[in-house]
Design a protein around this ligand. Structure first.
Ligand SMILES: [Zn+2]
Length: 310
């Protein structure tokens, strides 16, 4: 099997686009990702690559053909809407994939794309596509709690995971060196950069709300006149035991706030953390450092700064 699949989205991995879920390799009611980790949920059969918020859907993030092939079928016309409740979920029964496409690749693989943006599908059944061709835009149609594209690869009708080259029935892979990815080198590098536990960080004048983050994206930066100074971080796929360390440094170099969260009691697909002081910002530069601590070691870190006018 040639390992040559191309980059699936036109966006900056680890900045605008992130791997949120992999296929579930557990045959029972539990979930395990292809590398025996927690980045899956029960019954999931594809790879979910997310954008941050509905603001990115509005802006338009292109979904690309990952190989040479022919479009078999497609569906459009389903609204982009984040589902929050079981009642919401019932409204998409029968159309969980939302606006989607199935492309038969010349390598023999079949790829299904789901949750594309309403009205964005740019190809028709029978069209031939080349790697990198724009097929549509990332959306939030069908059964989604966050905007993303879902990619399922099938070989002879059976789901195959492109990160490992394995089918779920073969079981997960503890040693990543044993993977035989279907992605080409550029896509492997892209996906590695996109698989980052820190989605976004920032300094703001109040704690952000999670629901608002996925709808509108990061809140406005901290500014003069705000009543508080808050550092926040938005994370994907944290695991049980993880802690989040948030440090805010004031313009004079003193530490305004330095907190480490309680250890998470279970793994979480998406979580927001914040800390800070009910203290209006002073003129000058505030700096923020955020890190994810796993078994006491920083597995991801990011910095930001904001200038406050005098
Ligand atoms: Zn999915």
């Amino acid at each position: 099997m040639a390992a040559d699949l191309a980059v699936p989205l036109d966006c900056r991995p680890g900045v605008e686009c992130f791997v949120q879920q992999y296929p579930d390799f557990d045959a029972g009611p539990e979930a395990v990702d292809p590398f025996c980790g927690t980045k899956a949920y029960d019954g999931h059969d594809g790879t979910d690559i997310r954008v941050l918020s509905m603001a990115d859907v509005e802006r338009g993030v292109p979904v690309l053909a990952i190989g040479k092939g022919r479009v078999l079928r497609g569906r459009d016309g389903i609204a982009d809407r984040l589902l929050r409740t079981e009642g919401d979920r019932a409204t998409v029964a029968g159309t969980q994939c939302g606006n989607g496409l199935v492309v038969a690749l010349s390598s023999g693989l079949e790829v299904q794309y789901c949750h594309l943006k309403q009205g964005s599908i740019a190809v028709r059944p029978g069209d031939t596509v080349e790697p990198g061709d724009v097929l549509g835009m990332v959306g939030a149609s069908g059964d989604v709690g966050f905007p993303h594209v879902h990619l399922t690869l099938r070989r002879d009708g059976a789901v195959v995971d492109p990160a490992t080259g394995r089918t779920p029935s073969e079981g997960c892979l503890l040693d990543p060196a044993g993977a035989e990815p279907l992605w080409g080198k550029a896509a492997q590098d892209w996906l590695k950069a996109a698989d980052d536990p820190i989605l976004a960080i920032g300094l703001a004048g109040a704690p952000p709300s999670y629901d608002r983050l996925v709808e509108a994206g990061p809140p406005a930066d901290l500014k003069a006149g705000d009543g508080a100074t808050v550092g926040w971080g938005w994370f994907a796929n944290l695991v049980a035991g993880d802690r989040v360390h948030i440090v805010i440094t004031a313009p004079d170099g003193s530490i305004l706030s330095d907190t480490t969260s309680e250890a998470l009691d279970r793994s979480k697909a998406a979580v927001m953390q914040f800390s800070g002081r009910k203290r209006p910002p002073l003129p000058g530069t505030y700096r923020l450092a955020v890190e994810v601590l796993r078994s006491g070691r920083a597995v991801a870190q990011r910095q930001a700064s904001v200038d406050i006018d005098g």
